[in-house]
Design a protein around this ligand. Sequence first.
Ligand SMILES: [Zn+2]
Length: 577
Amino acid sequence: MKQQADIVRVVGEYFQLKKAGQNFRGLCPFHSEKTPSFNVHPVRQIFHCFGCGKGGDVFDFVMEMERCEFPEALRIVAEKCGIALPRPKEHSPEERKEKQQRTVLVEMHREAQTFFLKQLEGTLEGKAARAYLEDRGLEADAIARFGIGYAPSGGDALLRHLKNKYSEKLLADSGLISRDQGGRLFDRFRRRITFPISNESGKIVAFGARALGDDQPKYLNSPETPIYSKSNVLYHMDRAKEGIRRQDFAILVEGYMDAIAVARAGISNVVASCGTSLAEPQIKLLGRFTRRVIVNYDPDAAGQTATERSLSLLLEQDFEVRVLALPPVGDKKADPDLFIREMGAEAYLKLLKEAPPYVDYLISRARQMDLTTAEGKLRAVNFLLPYVQKIPNRILRSEWATRIAQQLRLEEPVLRAALSKAAAERRRELKTQPELVARAAKPVERRLIQMLAEAEGFRQELAQQLQNARLYHGLETEKIFAALVVASLSGQPLQATELAAVLEERDRRLLFEILFEEASEPTWEEAMSCVEALQHRQAERELADVQRSIETNPPGPALRGLLEKKQELMRRLAATR
Ligand SMILES: [Zn+2]
């Protein structure tokens, strides 16, 4: 299928490509630009944008364009290229069994949902729960819209409802039913308002539950199960995704009550992380629909910490982030739910529109620290630096530095010195900045990577040499080399996209960049000179290590060994100079 699908043709159906050297080039659809940096490689059947760093094969492209999953992309590509779809590949018995189990668990959740709804609707206890909900401003329409239900206090009501149909093991695996220490089953949710949590495609996979009285914990969610992992799911995503796509931004709140309140205010593009902090898979999920987020967490200490942690993660993933910190209502700190109930949707919407960029939020947080002493100022700077460092654009970063200096009444040169020091220390950690990634690989490494990828005549032999001498260990590009060496030694023709699949995002980008560089036909002589350069660098690193050990002044015999080693390394270095 992949062989028959031509990426140039598929991309060409979305926008115009022009031939440029060996490649085709066009304006990138994934970021806004005036000069084309989106490249398609007709031979390798891959694309890469040098502006935003997106890259992959024809399926990655379609998945990104259409914001769809792989099977859908497969269908689209097949259609565009007039190819009959191959039959889905056979699954192993275990896979089939797991899939079956997931289907049953989803069905069980659907039944539990019906059960909870009936409890709220038709029982005395449910009536009290409805009164509580009404008190929180949730009337019948909202209850119906968000599928709010009630788990009764008995302790085994749901269990009795389900146990004729499902095995004990399945019940326990579902997370709806718990086991006590004696192995006895009982309802996990008791005397609680229930909120169904759906996955992206709208299937209920878990429940959140709020205590009715003062029971602890106030909020209790389903545990991790075969169908639910809390770091993979965003509450309300199934209903928010259209709005997010359309408006190209999402509002991120903490809990389901907040999400419900915001959605009821007519703002559909809201999701909740359903836990105090956001996890990377959740950001990836969100990133499929937008790169712009307004974070509106609770104003308490936990919410602030969660905001700051989420900021870090979002910035790392290249999100444009704004922060909405709601003002208190009367003397109460306001979460979105409370704020909208007391002040109304209009007031919320207005604040949302005015939500400042994250740096402004952080500066105002830093200003709350004691800035009268030198230590206090240092603390404030140290609080801000990591975030400022994550601003990919240098000019913008510099502007923020000026602003921070003014706002915190710092001397600008001092701040700038701290910034550039931190920059040097952090350069290696930063993940998603193309400008930094580009610098990460030395030309020799780049050239060897190209040769391993395309020198059909000798890539196997070259890979063997690199592996034997452990020449790529400790390099920035180590993981790329490791993957390429394995692929080359297999003797199979290289599949760039399969290779990319085993690499992390940062390495994948770098690999694609390198593969798109125009280069002359590689020769064995050139390969060997690159290998020598690596040997030289390896010896230099070893020499530095030995020198450091010598300086620790070890006892006689050890020192003699080290000195001998030093001599040998210096000879080797002289030979390869
Ligand atoms: Zn781009």
